[in-house]
Design a protein around this ligand. Structure first.
Ligand code: A2P
Length: 270
């Protein structure tokens, strides 16, 4: 009797990665989506960090750096990604379905950590596009509210529909069973839109430089004496905000020396 044909063997997961199972996929727009996957109990990370995430392409891993959206206490992992039609990873990753396997790097790292900032009163999180991701983790980390009196989350996008997690941040989080009390009145969310009408319009850079965001939120002008800033956006946005901050005397912090601001680029562009 002929042997039954064997199903093609699944490629082995390289030792630097966990192979995790996709549990949820949500497409925000034709340019952005989020997904969740299982999390190996051995994976440890700190809010604000990123890991190498991706897919097996044949026998090889194809991965990019992605910040964790989910907080460290979440049983699963969540990520926010752009979709680039000819991008080597995101052209494929955008088609993942529940049950598929994704690669999760075993060694998260990054600089957007509260411990890289000197003590201060207000923590500013300034993001554009998918640069929101690490801040979604940080705003659900209780330690952030122990260290800072106030947390401002700025998220700049082109169109209203690109304000990923808008409903969640605005309505669900303050009503959250465990987190609500901790962040109500302390977390100030400031979304802004550049290419269509919205209640707050303009680039995050313009809103910061003009002082409009401070005026709208009833906060004193941005200063290195009391404010701390975390930045995550495109290279151009990071460079522009960095220049605004340094002109005001802010000093960049790192994993070796804390400062008054830290930055990370929103990595995946392909
Ligand atoms: P704009 O519409 O004026 O280009 P993208 O989707 O291209 O990553 O952009 C996300 C948001 O970041 C958009 O609102 C965009 O504004 C804004 N943006 C782009 N470049 C900069 C920059 N150098 N500084 C501040 N915001 C920027």
């Amino acid at each position: 009797m002929d042997a039954l044909p064997l199903a093609p063997a699944k490629p082995a997961i390289p030792p630097a990665f966990f192979g995790e199972t996709v549990t949820w996929v949500h497409h925000w727009t034709d340019r952005q989506f989020s997904f969740r996957c299982t999390r190996d109990p051995a994976l440890r990370f700190v809010a604000g960090q990123f890991a190498m995430i991706g897919l097996m392409l044949g026998a090889k891993p194809l991965v990019r750096a992605y910040s964790m959206v989910s907080p460290p206490w979440d049983e699963e992992l969540e990520f926010l990604s752009i979709k680039v039609q000819d991008g080597p990873l995101t052209s494929r990753l955008q088609h993942i379905k529940v049950g598929d396997t994704v690669l999760i790097g075993k060694k998260p790292t990054g600089t957007l950590l509260t411990e890289n900032l000197l003590p201060g009163r207000t923590l500013w999180m300034v993001s554009t596009g998918t640069g929101l991701a690490p801040f979604m983790s940080l705003i659900r980390e209780p330690e952030v509210y122990e260290r800072f009196e106030r947390v401002v989350l700025m998220h700049g996008v082109r169109e209203v529909k690109e304000l990923a997690y808008h409903e969640y941040i605005q309505n669900d989080l303050p009503a959250h069973e465990f987190l609500g009390e901790m962040l109500r009145g302390k977390l100030l969310y400031y979304p802004s839109v550049t290419r269509e009408p919205f209640r707050t319009q303009g680039r995050v850079t313009t809103l910061l430089e003009s002082g409009q965001v401070c005026a709208d939120l009833g906060l004193p002008p941005l200063s290195p004496e009391q404010d701390r800033v975390m930045l995550c956006g495109s290279e151009a946005m990071n460079a522009d905000v960095k220049a605004i901050l340094e002109a005001r005397g802010f000093v960049e912090g790192s994993n070796s020396e804390p400062g008054t601001y830290v930055l990370e680029k929103a990595f995946v562009t392909k």
